[in-house]
Design a protein around this ligand. Sequence first.
Ligand SMILES: C[S@@+](CC[C@H](N)C(=O)[O-])C[C@H]1O[C@@H](n2cnc3c(N)ncnc32)[C@H](O)[C@@H]1O
Length: 449
Amino acid sequence: MLGAQRLMGRKRRLDRHERVMVTELDSDGIGLAEADGFKLRVRGALPGEQVSVRVLRRRRKQLEGQAEVLWQPHVDRVPPPCPWTARCGACVLQHLAPASQRDLKRAHLAALLAAEGVVGPARWLPDVTGPVTGYRHKARLGVRCVPGRGALIGFREPASSRVADVDACRILAPAVGEHLADLKRLIGSLDTAAAVPQLEMACGDDDAAIVLRHLEPLSATDRERLLQHAAKSGWQLYLQPGGPETVHRLWPEHGSEYLHYGLPEFDLRFAFHPLDFIQINPAVNRRMVSLAVDLLSPRTTDRVLDLFCGIGNFTLPLASRAAAVTGVEGSAELVLRAQDNAMANAAALGGSSVKFVVADLYAGDFDVRTLPAADLLLLDPPRSGAENIARDIASMAPRRVVYVSCHPATLARDARLFAEGGYMLTTAGILDMFPHTAHVESIAVFEPG
Ligand SMILES: C[S@@+](CC[C@H](N)C(=O)[O-])C[C@H]1O[C@@H](n2cnc3c(N)ncnc32)[C@H](O)[C@@H]1O
């Protein structure tokens, strides 16, 4: 009896409409409201909006729903630029004007800093912006074969792990994003279509590559179909039959296996493999690197440390200004690429010393005192941040720290640790690396207080 009552209560709460006021966005870009004493997550709604929500599911003590009628829309609400917005969960903020998206991201970072008790920043930088469509030069897309519908390729559906059914993507670089329908037809035509779970796309300034993961060997006909399509599209085509070490190029047969992007302000050109980490938004990357170098302001006598350096994206621009730069990176493969990039760009680096070191900066026994002494420090960690570096900042004693962050919660935590070590947050800003999505990229400066 009790079970039946519970079930009825649960049903009553689902598939009905609630009129609510959305108070804020969560870190996934979903509106938050309250209904019936329950927290309600509302897709498609913005802070300050009064909306009717269709309640679709309950997860633990939380209801989830979709905004259906807007009684009081946000003043900066705009029509979503993408026609597949209802099917694809990647761009959760595209119904808000880009400047307001950035205002929300800045407010989110400020709130996280305040919640950690961090004082500052005294100065907010102007947002670093770039194009809001066609900006994404690197992405992993899901692939799924659906009987009767062929192959689907895209990001995931809202609140689901299912691959979204779209024919184009407005945020991907047009060289690939405008050709998803072709790619769907190609993959749907393969004998092994059902064994293709994902593909990765990577674009350089002038070239593009696709890496196709396949869980079964390709037939001779499949290889031929792929070769013909690659030759027609001009994309480099890589196959990945197993782990990352199995990636190999199918087309073209000859020539460099690398893509390239430039940082013209520094007269630098970087080579990277399609699976290497690169900053996904080249326009924002150019401005971000320039800003980071300005904020750090190396003197010609300075020694600089660039932690989590990847292929040398910040290391080489810094080397063109400072006496010596050491880049530290966990991936030996990326360090090799960084060394090659340093050699290929030797002319732009003048006589500066550039070194790269492989080290696991998250290892429990990692000791910052093993790092070379530095006057200035640049950090660009993954989402988990740089807790151990922030905790030991006093023993490193740099004159200034520039921290580039892809996760505001860990930046806020690390800002508190920096403060405990005597380094104050003086300056911060939003980098619009991922327009329309909930991702918040930011930059912060710390100096001894
Ligand atoms: C956000 S990326 C930044 C890369 C580079 N600064 C750039 O601008 O292209 C973070 C980097 O941290 C590296 N990384 C991840 N875990 C690491 C670890 N445990 N120790 C050192 N580096 C690590 C990744 O390989 C990646 O290159």
